[in-house]
Write a protein that binds this ligand. Structure first.
Ligand SMILES: NC(=O)c1ccc[n+]([C@@H]2O[C@H](COP(=O)([O-])OP(=O)(O)OC[C@H]3O[C@@H](n4cnc5c(N)ncnc54)[C@H](O)[C@@H]3O)[C@@H](O)[C@H]2O)c1
Length: 286
């Protein structure tokens, strides 16, 4: 019998995680609070699978079989028998509290409860349950079908068995894992990217260099595929500021405090690609 995965949240990350798991043979149930989000999530998975088929990287029949393994629901009770649960709802402690408290009530006792949070300490999320040893971070990257990394995050009480099961899941869907041994806010990857983004924005703010030149420096000097300014525009300036603020709030370490320029861009609505303007203009391509 196929193993059952439940994904909570059918947004960008949830649909990607559901897709790669279904491709790997898991029976997947995706739960969202909105039917419309479930439709969008499945449509996104279908579009991604079709791109793989068009490039000759996936057989059409395998794409169809993967889609057939994805079920959707708005009823949280339908995830109760999953052995692995990955939460990918909004990056809000309040929303995650509600989800994990409910999962604790309905999931089978041996289920692994994973969060895809990019910055919230797992120990905080685990404390919303009566089984913190079963809670772990599985931080996937966007777009999930393309990106090879899963950052596994150990909370204060995460058991070795839970960490091993999370690794087993991530590797089964084709990802390479790194382990974050203490769940410092932002883990490894979001801390690194927040510091780079903040410093890049400070260099622009203080007139030391242009956004274009900073991107060129990182691409040609360090071999980064994309510089920090274009990365911020793609991710969303608001998302970057939110993540950096989460880390700053937890650590009070000023290197994580977003500079004024980023805060003003958020207030002004210059959020990057999604609004047509960030460090670059996307009017013609938006
Ligand atoms: N977007 C990224 O690049 C990225 C990368 C790594 C990690 N993350 C993290 O993954 C998580 C999800 O991010 P996203 O970009 O997919 O968000 P998103 O906004 O695209 O999707 C969130 C989904 O959660 C649903 N939702 C809200 N409350 C819910 C509930 N109680 N039960 C079920 N579904 C609920 C929403 O309807 C929405 O469909 C966040 O914690 C985020 O920080 C995001």
């Amino acid at each position: 019998m196929a193993r059952k995965l439940a994904v909570i949240g059918a947004g960008l990350m949830g649909s990607g995680i559901a897709q790669v798991a279904a491709q790997a043979g898991w029976d997947v149930v995706v739960r969202d609070v909105e039917e419309a989000a479930l439709h969008r999530g499945v449509a996104a998975a279908r579009a991604s699978l079709e791109r793989f088929v068009a490039k000759g990287k996936l057989a059409g029949a395998d794409a169809e079989a993967a889609l057939a393994r994805i079920a959707t629901t708005t009823d949280l009770a339908d995830v109760g028998d999953a052995e692995m649960v990955v939460e990918a709802v909004f990056e809000s402690l309040d929303v995650k509290r509600e989800v994990f408290a409910a999962l604790d009530r309905i999931c089978r006792p041996d289920a692994v409860l994973a969060s895809n949070t990019s910055a919230i300490p797992i120990t905080q999320i685990a404390a919303f349950t009566g089984r913190p040893e079963s809670v772990v971070g599985t931080h996937f990257f966007s777009p999930v079908p393309m990106m090879g990394l899963c950052e596994l995050v150990r909370g204060f009480k995460t058991s070795d068995a839970t960490l091993a099961a999370a690794r087993d899941f991530a590797e089964s869907v084709g990802k390479t894992c790194i382990v974050v041994n203490r769940d410092v806010a932002g883990f490894v990857t979001t801390r690194l990217v927040a510091v780079l983004a903040n410093e890049a924005a400070r260099l622009v703010e203080s007139g030391v260099a242009t956004a274009e030149d900073i991107d060129t420096a990182c691409q040609l000097g360090f071999g980064h595929k994309m510089g920090p300014m274009r990365t911020m525009d793609l991710t969303g300036i608001d998302i970057m500021v939110h993540a950096a603020n989460n880390i700053y709030g937890d650590t009070r370490d000023p290197k994580f405090a977003p500079p004024e320029l980023l805060a003003r861009m958020v207030s002004a609505g210059d959020l990057g690609r999604k609004t047509g303007k960030g460090f670059y203009s996307y009017e013609s391509t938006a």
